[in-house]
Write a protein that binds this ligand. Structure first.
Ligand SMILES: *Cc1c(COP(=O)(O)O)cnc(C)c1O
Length: 378
């Protein structure tokens, strides 16, 4: 079955006998038992709920994993992943990550005695050099947020497996429609389901998917114990969103390429970061490990005043955090998603006052270009 079909039919277990085409929303906290020491297979919705199970089976199928767990947000999924580690453990992570992940690693994991080294994971040598006796995992976002750097997933997987450490990939930007890290050797895939998987800017969700039964067992124990599971209704919204994942991403990618080229030719744009441009340093690598380039573009304008002017003058395009939905959004990483990242770290990565990030939605490309054009010269 091809992935476009899997998005719709990837979870085939039936939960009722009416023939309902859409999986029911089992809006229940608990389940009665048929007898002492007997269970219907469902006991309490923190452990499992049929609607959430349907969604989890779907994600496991799409990512090619043995198990997937649905969480109440991307950050609760990442937090649950971090519960696999103990004080004294060391983790190597990308230095250009979603700002919330940096905040989690520095302030929560740090307090819990887990040390995280941030390196440029698009350079395997930097990962090798950061390796210590206590290192337990490599955590990579690829492409990264917001600079769109790309890690060689298969190469990092070989490194991690040679050292017997875990390898986790945040696959939020490309989704399993374009990129399947487990097939390239990753152990865990992390998602903010809030973004492309949900796809409509209306629901928070997160996922952990794994290719290993031992990790699945540990993560199931962590989720039922710490409790940040996705609600039945939000699980249903994610199932509905994923049905159109393939067609949305194909169109968003098409429009993103048009916008990236338009931005490249604009006299007030200094640099365009989009992995689908052949000028991107990882364009060739991306073609070998992903089947598409996605809908995320970052770009630098001439100066801060123009950046602010664009944010204040876009009409159709929303000035808002988040990404991956049908509505095109523009973000100012310096003041929004990455505001909590220390200044020197931001400067080192190029997250400065001239950088804007565009999440391309499903509007007509010409309308989006017109909106941007007006915002450049109001
Ligand atoms: C948004 C995002 C997260 C966090 O997910 P939430 O659903 O907002 O908690 C993690 N990683 C990436 C790459 C993101 O874009």
């Amino acid at each position: 079955m091809k992935i476009t079909t899997k998005c719709i039919h990837g979870s085939s277990k039936k939960y009722d006998t009416t023939g309902a085409v859409s999986v029911p929303i089992f809006q229940t906290a608990t389940f009665t038992h048929p007898g002492v020491e007997q269970s219907t297979g469902y006991d309490y919705s923190r452990l499992q709920n049929p609607t959430r199970e349907h969604l989890e089976n779907l994600l496991a199928t799409l990512e090619g994993g043995v198990d997937a767990l649905a969480f109440s947000s991307g950050m609760s999924a990442t937090s649950a992943f971090m519960e696999m580690f103990s004080p004294g453990d060391h983790i190597i992570a990308s230095d250009d990550l979603y700002g919330g992940s940096i905040r989690l690693f520095e302030h929560i994991s740090g307090k819990n005695g887990i040390l995280v080294s941030f390196v440029n994971t698009s350079d395997i040598k930097q990962i090798e050099n950061a390796m210590r006796l206590q290192t337990k995992a490599v955590f990579v976002e690829t492409p990264t947020n917001p600079m769109l750097q790309v890690a060689d997933i298969a190469a990092v997987a070989r490194f991690a497996s040679a050292h017997g450490i875990l390898f986790a990939v945040d696959n939020t930007f490309l989704t399993p429609y374009f990129q399947q890290p487990l097939a390239l050797g990753a152990d865990v895939v992390i998602h903010s389901g809030t973004k492309y998987l949900g796809g409509h800017n209306d629901t928070l969700a997160g996922f952990l998917v794994t290719s290993r039964n031992d990790i699945s067992e540990k993560l199931r124990f962590i989720q039922k114990t710490t409790g940040a599971c996705l609600s039945p209704f939000d699980s249903w919204l994610l199932i509905r969103g994923i049905k159109t994942l393939a067609v949305r991403l194909r169109q968003q990618e098409k429009t993103a390429l048009l916008l990236a080229k338009w931005l490249q030719s604009h006299p007030r744009v200094k640099a365009v970061h989009y992995i689908g441009l052949d000028s991107h340093p990882s364009y060739e690598l991306s073609k070998t490990q992903a089947s598409g380039f996605g809908g995320m573009i970052s770009f630098n304008v001439e100066n801060e005043a123009i950046a602010r002017q664009i944010l204040e003058n876009v009409c159709l395009i929303g000035y808002a955090e988040s990404l991956g939905g049908v509505e095109t959004l523009i973000t100012y990483p310096y003041l929004q998603t990455h505001a909590d990242v220390p200044e020197e770290q931001r400067r080192a990565k190029g997250i400065n006052k001239t950088l804007l990030r565009l999440s391309v939605g499903l509007e007509d490309a010409n309308d989006l270009i017109e909106d941007l054009d007006k915002a450049f010269s109001p």
